[in-house]
Design a binder for this molecule. Structure first.
Ligand code: ASP
Length: 325
């Protein structure tokens, strides 16, 4: 055997040996899951539920760290630059795809900076208002917004957040520019909606379900194509006259580029087991959502989803001409 071939074989064997040692021992300490929005918001809720179940499967704690701001790009950027050792992961949503076009100066490239673990859930959104907001149904809201656009305030979690995308779709559908107020997440935005400091918001059911059920906020429509089991009386946006507003917020788990496949595969198994747990299905159902099927909770499925969603949103954003910079 030529020396170079021998050396290559030795090197390959060493990599194999260290990888299998890594796989056997992983994880041997706690893992940080960055949620790129505020604590108490919809992504945080999904993150904490899934982190708790995955921790039990992994035998190590997954600790949620909230890094909110700039529509989720600050937290994603932090994970893109973190050590690729399997001990820092990211839970992000559709904003991972839209930020690729919305932010022309992102410090990381969404398609190049991460390894993939899998899809978690697709969450519908709801169009909601403070409890005493005048319009009583979606038709009334549309008329009211057209007549009072300059005086209405709409909350969102920054450019690229789900609430921003949904708000953009709403403004395009009603053809009225509403004053928007950005927060680090819709958790704090909900507090202001409850306090009456903000008029309306489009937010994931993982943040609005409890408040709608409790009657502490007003709901006009869901952005899914069918009505939700938890709100059988709440019309879909299409039923209410805004068919172009359908959107659902898919969430996925990522790791920094270069994280060993042994780690992402182990995390994917933990994710699949967590999603198959009836407890998670029940908790998600209360929040108006469902666990992703096992076939989607895989690295390949999340990669394909991100690629197709970047391609889907790019022309929409370019046509709207709205950029974060
Ligand atoms: N998911 C964000 C949050 O957790 C809100 C959003 O994307 O609009 O606050």
């Amino acid at each position: 055997m030529a020396l170079s071939v021998k050396l290559a074989a030795v090197a390959a064997a060493a990599v194999f040996a260290s990888n299998s040692a890594f796989a056997e021992g992983y994880p041997d300490r706690s893992i940080t899951m960055v949620v790129p929005f505020s604590a108490g918001g919809p992504t945080d809720t999904v993150g904490r539920l899934i982190a708790e179940k995955m921790s039990a499967d992994l035998g190590q704690q997954i600790i949620v760290e909230n890094v909110g701001g700039a529509g989720g790009t600050l937290g994603a950027g932090q994970v893109a630059g973190a050590e690729a050792d399997g001990y820092t992961i990211l839970l992000h949503h559709i904003g991972m795809a839209t930020s690729a076009t919305l932010y022309r100066n992102l410090a990381y490239k969404p398609l190049e900076a991460f390894e993939y673990v899998g899809l978690v859930t697709e969450v519908p959104m709801t169009l909601v208002a403070r409890k005493d907001f005048e319009p009583t149904d979606l038709a009334g809201l549309i008329t009211y917004v057209k007549e009072n656009a300059e005086t209405i305030t709409m909350a969102n979690a920054g450019i690229g957040a789900a609430s921003h995308l949904c708000g953009m779709l709403f403004m395009q559908a009603v053809d009225a520019p509403i004053v928007t107020v950005p927060y680090k997440g819709t958790g704090p935005a909900m507090t202001e909606l409850l306090g009456g400091q903000i008029d309306i918001m489009c937010d994931q059911t993982t943040n609005t379900a409890e408040q709608i059920k409790g009657g502490t906020i007003k709901a006009y429509a869901v952005t899914s194509s069918a009505r939700l089991d938890i709100f059988p009386d709440l019309p879909t946006v299409a039923e209410g006259g805004l068919p172009g507003m359908e959107v659902s917020i898919w969430h996925g788990i990522y790791a920094p580029k270069g994280t060993p496949a042994e780690a992402t595969d182990r995390l994917a198994t933990a994710l699949q087991n967590a999603l198959a747990d009836p407890d998670i299905a029940a908790k998600f159902a209360e929040l108006g959502t469902k666990p992703s099927p096992a076939a989607d909770a895989t690295p390949a499925a999340l990669k394909a989803k991100l690629e197709s969603e970047i391609a889907r949103w790019q022309p929409v954003i370019e046509k709207a001409g709205v950029y974060a910079d």
